[in-house]
Structure formats: structure tokens, C-alpha cells
Design a protein. Structure first.
Length: 105
């Protein structure tokens, strides 16, 4: 694991850049990660997606399935890939401060 400066603080990340302490996540960290994911600046729809992912993770301890993500946010998969070129798992979950997903997000 490596330490990187995100949002002005040192954060431990894995080899793919996912933060390892989701409780340290904040919007400044999200913006810094978005820069590395070609997702910056974060739009209103980007934040809608990030906040949904974040809340789902806090409620259930995992990332939501892609179908639920699309249904609950009202954003189609094509739009999600425009907002987060790395996709919902690699890009959006990383920006939301979630651990690297293992399921089908």
C-alpha cells in the first residue's frame, strides 16, 4: 500500500488507487481522485452518482449492483461511462471512496 496526498491529507491507497480508509473520504478527496480518473470536474450528475454509491456503501457495506445503480440514479450506463470513463466500478466507486468492488457494479 502507498500513501498519497488527496484532499490535502495523506491517504493509504492500494495498487489501483482505491483508498483503504473509506471513513476518511470527503469531497476534496473525491475531486482529487476524479482528476486521476478523467472525471474532473465533477458535474451535478457525477455528484448524484458518487453520493448514491457512498450512501449505499455506508448502508450495506458493499457497492450496489449496476442495475440498481442505473435504476436509482436515473442515469443510463452510457451516461455513467461519459461521466466516469473508467466505468462505474473503477471510476465512480474510486471517486466515491469505496474499496475496490468485487461484484458486478
Amino acid at each position: 500500500m502507498a500513501l498519497v496526498k488527496l484532499g490535502g491529507i495523506d491517504i493509504e491507497v492500494d495498487e489501483d488507487g482505491f483508498i483503504q480508509e473509506p471513513d476518511k473520504w470527503n469531497e476534496a478527496i473525491a475531486e482529487d481522485i476524479a482528476k486521476t480518473e478523467e472525471a474532473y470536474p465533477l458535474s451535478e450528475d457525477s455528484w448524484k452518482l458518487v453520493k448514491y454509491l457512498r450512501q449505499y456503501y455506508l448502508d450495506y457495506g458493499i457497492a450496489p449492483p449496476i442495475r440498481m445503480l442505473v435504476k436509482q440514479t436515473g442515469l443510463d450506463l452510457k451516461t455513467i461511462y461519459k461521466l466516469f470513463p473508467g466505468g462505474p466500478a473503477k471510476g465512480a466507486c474510486k471517486v466515491a471512496g469505496l474499496p475496490k468492488p468485487t461484484g458486478c457494479v
